[in-house]
Design a protein around this ligand. Structure first.
Ligand code: HEM
Length: 366
């Protein structure tokens, strides 16, 4: 085979555009039925919560003021004085956490099912990008109410990124500092930071999710659903109407759940700080500054491990995540399932029991 043909057949295998014809989707697309088939619903659920975020976010924009003098008051006004304001605000907060939770489960499920296997390498890589953008949406949204703990936690987060520079040689050492100053908009967290986080949170990152999800779903459509099991699946169901109907039922149940939560249970009840306590630059840095729960998996190791060790570990993990389709090419789904279970156990333990583990290791801290 000539070099040209090799490139052509590589691209043709990864982007079989003939699969885009609508009758392919209606007539031929099938979904394997096996023990792990539930994993096929996790991506759609993540997408549902993203859609809820966009719709509720647009309503929040009617009242939110992105200035350090008014941001906290505008959130308070929205939650306490505007008809339906509490519901929309609470729905946005619950749904953000559920989007991240479903994204994490989807990541573990597709890993265990080996859904990244050739020719789905790019579906996996776009997924990793989506996970990164989703976490950044959470990080930037956390600052917007401009309250005491969130501003301090953002300072700590940005300082940690800047400290990476001390571990890098020569000109590389400037990169983290440049990243931080760009996001911060100056030497300190202040109005330029809020303006930048605001634009990132409401324009840039949602558009990035839309763009990357479009490529992600296009690839899912081009390759069909992966077989997801080491055995040859005994049964397949048609995507239209069987699978999509079940997908719709899953979305309806998930929506009902988040709707009930948003009506009846303030998300703030679980926050380690009062959302409506405005940031006070002269006030003491409060004890127990914490990021949102979905950052605990990196926050507690950051508190416990020497910083250089954590940076090296994080870089290794990021490398492994991106190159997963090649690193785990020969690994069986059974072994991948054990690895996914171990990752899930780690995430669960650190998220739920992180504080207790931390207090045991460092009494009086945290
Ligand atoms: C905003 C985040 C994400 C959204 C909205 C999303 C959405 C979806 C949807 C709707 C599907 C098709 C149905 C399914 O198999 O569940 C899918 C498939 C897939 N996703 Fe995601 N996804 C996201 C993040 C991720 C992440 C973090 C990964 C892993 C790194 C990932 C990897 C995959 C893979 C490999 C498939 C193909 C599944 C198969 O063929 O069996 N996705 N995604």
């Amino acid at each position: 085979m000539t070099a040209n043909n090799k490139v052509f057949s590589f691209l043709q295998e990864r982007f079989p555009v003939e699969k885009l014809f609508i009758f392919e989707l209606f007539e031929h697309k099938v979904v394997p039925v096996h023990k792990a088939s539930w994993g096929y619903y996790t991506g759609g659920l993540t997408f549902l919560f993203f859609v809820i975020q966009v719709i509720t976010g647009i309503f929040l924009l009617f009242y939110y003021e992105p200035t350090i003098s008014d941001a906290n008051l505008s959130v308070e006004n929205l939650a306490l004085n505007i008809n339906g304001g509490f519901f929309i605000h609470n729905l946005h907060t619950w749904s953000s956490s559920l989007m991240i939770l479903c994204g994490m489960i989807h990541f573990l499920a597709t890993f265990a099912m080996k859904a990244f296997e050739k020719p789905r390498e790019f579906t996996w890589i776009t997924g990793i990008l989506l996970l990164g953008v989703t976490f950044t949406l959470g990080f930037t949204g956390y600052l917007l109410p401009w309250n005491q703990i969130a501003v301090n936690a953002t300072k700590v987060g940005l300082q940690s990124v800047q400290s990476v520079g001390q571990l890098l040689p020569g000109v590389l050492a400037q990169i983290p500092k440049t990243i931080v100053t760009t996001f911060q908009g100056g030497d300190e967290v202040g109005q330029p930071t809020l303006s930048r986080f605001y634009v990132l949170h409401v324009v840039f990152l949602p558009l990035a999710v839309l763009l990357i999800v479009s490529v992600h779903l296009l690839l899912v459509q081009l390759h069909g659903i992966s077989k997801g099991s080491d055995e040859i699946p005994k049964r397949f169901e048609k995507f239209f109407p069987e699978f999509i109907l079940k997908d719709f039922i899953a979305w309806s149940i998930a929506f009902l759940m988040v709707f009930i939560l948003a009506v009846g249970l303030p998300f703030e009840a679980f926050l380690p700080y009062p959302l409506l306590e405005p940031f006070n630059a002269l006030g003491a840095t409060p004890a127990g500054i914490k990021p949102e729960w979905y950052f605990y998996f990196v926050y507690y190791p950051l508190e416990l491990l020497p910083f250089p060790v954590l940076v090296i570990l994080s870089l290794i993990v990021m490398g492994i995540l991106i190159f997963t389709p090649w690193i785990f090419k020969q690994t069986s789904r059974k072994v991948l399932t054990y690895i996914a279970l171990a990752m899930g156990l780690y995430l669960f333990t650190v998220t739920v029991f992180g504080q207790q583990i931390y207090s045991m290791i460092k009494p009086g801290g945290g």
